[in-house]
Design a protein around this ligand. Structure first.
Ligand SMILES: Nc1ncnc2c1ncn2[C@@H]1O[C@H](COP(=O)(O)OP(=O)(O)OP(=O)(O)O)[C@@H](O)[C@H]1O
Ligand SMILES: [Mg+2]
Length: 322
């Protein structure tokens, strides 16, 4: 198998980072490399988008940063401190610095608790001050995300999808986190509601000095919210770049393909991504994972796995042809 050498270290000042992390899962179909030597750093105050098709390993990367799973190899860092092997007990005070918002707001809320009860839940779990202060905090957060006080006592099923997602965001903010991990947080919403939630996220980021890791398969949404974008393909980061530069000059052929599958970027209509039979997670094999679909592939791409390397302008790319 082609050797992939270690590349660069994520900067020490990164708020959260994965350093050369591999996550294998053993399934009935064999070994799946959900994340394959992933190096990803989220800088404080930044809004980083993580995009890629279904099965590329985006949610696994989020679960690794939360340290909900222990990686097969590599290191997980929180503010430069390695937390890779820490116990759940030791991690608990760290996890409160990370809020999480999932794709399906109804599924992520407790159906039998009221709206305010849902926001109170993490405050109670982490014994945040006293009951009166907790209630005031939960009510303040609901106001902050645009839920009128009259809705505090209703149950999640009485809200619209957009309102449910606002409650889920309020709950994720309850413990005053530094980092918000958003996994397809607007993907299940109507386009007009998506825009409202993105506006809300932009305001919250500014007001509360938050850092976002925003996972989405939708590059158009990422473009609205994120300053930097990382592109994943079959468990590997293939490109990291400032958003404007990524859209103006995509370096990796896969990024280019993704951008041209967005309707507004394609004068001749949508060109759907060609199917890849391997889209269900990578299986270990030599060569570039994108080689079977790549219009620029040459012999080297079949034999050697390209390493993510820094370019002069601060972007990163893993491609022999760039
Ligand atoms: N707990 C698990 N056990 C076995 N395989 C898993 C597990 N979690 C993820 N995988 C596999 O790892 C690969 C990456 O999954 P992941 O959920 O991270 O992808 P994703 O990019 O978030 O996809 P989607 O856009 O569909 O949410 C997939 O092939 C998936 O089936
Ligand atoms: Mg996912």
């Amino acid at each position: 198998m082609a050797v992939q050498t270690a590349f660069f270290e994520p900067a020490d000042e990164a708020l959260a980072a994965l350093a050369d992390v591999t996550q294998e899962f053993h399934t009935s179909q064999g070994k799946v490399l959900a994340c394959d030597r992933v190096t990803l750093a989220v800088q404080r105050g930044q809004s980083l988008g993580l995009v890629g098709e279904s099965g590329s390993g985006k949610s696994t990367a989020i679960r690794l940063i939360q340290r909900l799973i222990r990686p097969s190899r590599g290191r997980i860092l929180w503010q430069g401190q390695e937390i890779t092997r820490w116990s759940d007990r030791r991690l608990k005070p760290y996890r409160r610095h990370m809020g999480f918002v999932a794709q399906d707001p109804y599924g992520s809320l407790f159906p039998n608790r009221t709206v305010v009860g849902n926001v109170l839940e993490p405050l109670i779990l982490h014994r945040w001050e006293d009951p009166r202060a907790r209630k005031a905090r939960a009510e303040e957060l609901l106001g902050r995300v645009g839920i009128p006080s009259a809705y505090a006592a209703v149950f999640p099923h009485e809200l619209s999808g957009g309102q449910q997602q606002r409650v889920a965001i309020a709950r994720a903010l309850a413990l005053n986190p530094d980092l918000l991990l958003l996994d397809e947080a607007v993907s299940s919403l109507d386009v007009s509601i998506q825009a409202q939630i993105i506006n809300l996220l932009q305001d919250l980021k500014e007001d509360l000095a938050l850092t976002y890791l925003f996972v989405s398969h939708n590059l158009a949404v990422v473009r609205l919210l994120c300053e930097q974008v990382a592109v994943m393909y079959l468990g590997k980061i293939v490109e990291v770049s400032d958003t404007a530069a990524l859209f103006a000059h995509p370096r990796h052929p896969y990024t280019e393909m993704l951008i041209h599958s967005i309707p507004s970027f394609n004068d001749s209509g949508v060109s759907p991504l060609p199917d890849d039979p391997r889209q269900a997670g990578a299986v270990p094999s030599p060569g570039c994972p994108f080689e079977p679909r790549c219009p620029l592939a040459v012999e080297q791409c079949r034999a050697e796995t390209p390493v993510l390397r820094q370019l002069g302008d601060g972007s990163q790319v893993a491609c022999h042809r760039v």
